[in-house]
Structure formats: C-alpha cells, structure tokens
Design a protein around this ligand. Structure first.
Ligand code: PLP
Length: 388
C-alpha cells in the first residue's frame, strides 16, 4: 500500500489525551484517580444557552448557512469585540469557526509556506508546534522564563525573529502557565511584527478568565485590519467545549481567503449552535461570575497547597485555570514525576514537557475541578513527594 502524506509523520497528539488514555486503563482496573489533566470547565453550559440551542433545532435552524455565520451571529461578535477589545471590526473581518482550535490551523496554512518561520511560546499549547511541523514550517519556540512570571518577553522575540518569520503566535492568558502579558509587552510585540512585516495570531481563548489583572488584546493596535488576527471562542468562558464554536477576526483579505477554504472543507457552523452562541454573549452573565468565583478559590487552595510541599514552588497564575509548579527540587524529570504521581498517588496531571521542551521541570494541574478534589489531592501529592 502507498504511504500516507509526509506531513502525517510530523503531526503529534496532545499530552492531555495520552494521560486520559492511561488513567482510563487504571480506572478500569479499579484504581481511583483524581483528575487534573483536563483543560475544560467542570460547569454545565448555562441553561439559557442550552435552551437557545434546543429552540434553534425546534425552529428548524438546521440547514446550511453562509460560511462566515448568520448575520446575527457575526453582528454579535462585532459587538463583543467592540465591548471587550475597544474597536469595531467590519463585518467582513469576522468568521465563525467550529471551536477556537481550527482557527490556529486555518490561519497557519493560509499564511505560512513550508520553510518559513513561526514564532510561538514554549511551553505553549501543543497544537502550535505540532501544526507548525505538519505544514513544514520552521518552528521558533521562545522559552518562557520563570523570572519573567512566564510572560513571553518581546526582547526574546526580537532576538529570534528573522526575515523568514511569517507568523508570531501569542497566547495571553496563557496555557499552560496562566501568565498574562502586559499592555506594554503586547505593544512591543506589535512593533516588532510591523518591523518584520509578519502576522500575529493572538489566541485569546482565555480572555474572560482573569484574576485581578487588566486584559489587553494586541489586535486592538491595528484593529485586526492589517497583520493581527484575533482568535476567541465559547469553550472556556461559557463551558461550551463540546459545542464547538469559536471565531476569528482579522484582516479582510485573509478572512475572505480562509472563508473560501472553509467553503471547501466544512461549509459552515450549524445554525442552532450559532444561535446558542448569540444567547451566550447577549444573555445574562452570572454563570461567568459564579465560575470565576469558584476558579479563584480553587486557585488559592491549589497554589498555596503546592507551595507547602517541600521541593515544589508555584507562582500564582493571573489567568486561565492552570497551576504550573516548578518541581526541579524533587530531582525527577517532569515525565517521571507525572508518571510517579499517577501510579503512586492516583493523581493525574500533565508533565510540563507535554507543552514543549521549555516545560521541563514543571507540571500542569488544571483546577477546572472541584475544591473537594483539590483538597484531597494536596496531601496525597505531598506524601508521595516526601516518599521520594
Ligand atoms: C490556548 C488554547 N487555544 C485554543 C484552545 C482550543 O479551544 P477550543 O476548544 O475552542 O477549540 C485551547 C483549549 O484547550 C487552548 O488551551
């Protein structure tokens, strides 16, 4: 049989999915596991959003729509960007997507040719590096430093960028470290991108999950009209991971080309899902407040608990719902410690290296789980590490 396309040998899966598979095997054998590996809110989709989706089906909004999304959806995104990012994109700068993730893939293949460079954070969302390899681009991972609270340092970008760089990917608030870049840092990156004439993809999927820090979108510098592209969605902020709904806002010429690509690939997002999305953004927001109150409390309990474990230190994340403890003091690698905690303490978390080589020396704990689970886990992690 003939071989598959070469790119298929370069693409990788996600660490979280690998750990999920391992925990399933242990759970099937009767071991109880406390889960910290999953990056999705443990809250149900808000009722009014569910109702809008169900109503959409009952009203027969079950046919193809235009690719960019029904006018009401696109207008809702326009308003959302105006409120949250302070500029009003044209309607033809907006594109609906099945979740945020496809926006990464579609943007990359629309901008970057094989051999051209993509800059992205390391550690970072695994998809950036995996897709960069897949499309034959040259990956330029930029190490996030603990002394900079894991914020991507524009100076490091300036030192690594070249004429071959086509795309810079930013992610603030960040997965896996929970860092949030400052306005000054983001403006500096925008200047660098302009100097080198490259695009910025700003993955803002955690834009609503922030603790006591201001949010700034790098896309407000050029209003997503020239070189910056905004990616956001409903998965994290509205507990809608399984609905698959997100959007891109970017330069019109790029968005129109991506739209043509979508016509060829999957046509459109189901209309009843777009209608649920409209309800999420225009309806009551108390679910977000409740979720944030819970995340805030869990963050404190988890991070303080981790800091009390000898040979572990953990900074307080400013956004998203991940703790990123430094475990170098244990003497084990990230992979070894994650494996040890799973098998010896029944704690499923991710090795930092699941997010790139820059994650060595760290673990990622998602606190999108109950306070009860966190309280049970802390002594188990502590005892397991003390036994090393
Ligand atoms: C940084 C980042 N971007 C994008 C996504 C994907 O979001 P979605 O589920 O909407 O595709 C995730 C999900 O974990 C993420 O952490």
């Amino acid at each position: 049989m003939k071989s598959l396309a070469d790119g298929m040998n370069r693409i990788l899966s996600e660490g979280a999915l690998t750990v999920l598979r391992k925990t399933k095997i242990l759970e099937d054998k009767g071991q109880s596991i406390l889960h910290f590996e999953i990056g999705q809110p443990d809250f149900p989709t808000p009722d009014h959003v569910k109702k809008a989706g169900i109503q959409g089906i009952e009203d027969n909004y079950t046919r193809y729509t235009v690719t960019e999304g029904i006018p009401e959806f696109v207008q809702t995104i326009q308003k959302e960007v105006e409120i949250t990012r302070g500029y009003t994109p044209d309607l033809n700068q907006i594109l609906s997507l099945p979740g945020g993730k496809p926006g990464i893939y579609l943007t990359m293949i629309s901008i970057v040719n094989p051999g051209e460079e993509i800059i992205f954070p390391d550690p970072g969302f695994p998809t950036y590096g995996s897709l960069s390899r897949y499309i034959g681009a040259k990956s330029i991972p930029i190490k996030l430093k603990e002394e900079n609270q894991f914020r991507l340092d524009p100076v490091d970008i300036a030192e690594n960028i070249s004429e071959r760089t086509k795309l810079i990917i930013l992610n603030s608030p960040q997965n896996p470290t929970g860092s949030v870049m400052t306005k000054a840092e983001l403006e500096h990156v925008a200047e660098i991108a302009e100097e080198y004439d490259c695009f910025i993809l700003s993955d803002e999927i955690y834009s609503k999950i922030l603790y006591d820090v201001d949010f700034f979108s790098v896309t407000s510098v050029d209003e997503a009209s020239e070189r910056s592209i905004l990616l956001d969605g409903f998965s994290k902020s509205h507990s809608m991971t399984g609905w698959r709904l997100g959007y891109l806002v970017g330069p019109e010429s790029l968005i129109q080309k991506i739209s043509t690509l979508i016509v060829n690939a999957f046509t459109c997002i189901p209309e009843f899902i777009q209608r649920a999305g409209i309800a999420a953004l225009t309806g009551p927001m108390n679910h977000l407040e409740l979720m944030m109150n819970a995340f805030r409390e869990r963050r404190e309990v988890l991070v303080n608990g981790l800091n009390e474990i000898p040979s572990v230190t953990c900074q307080m994340p400013e956004g998203a719902f991940y703790a990123w403890p430094n475990i170098t003091g244990t003497g084990l690698s990230s992979e070894e410690l994650a494996h040890y905690l799973l098998h010896e303490a029944g704690i499923a978390c991710l090795p930092g290296t699941a997010f790139g080589p820059g994650g060595e020396g760290y673990l990622r704990f998602s606190y999108a789980t109950s306070i009860d689970t966190i309280s049970k886990a802390i002594p188990l992690v502590r005892q397991a590490i003390e036994r090393l």
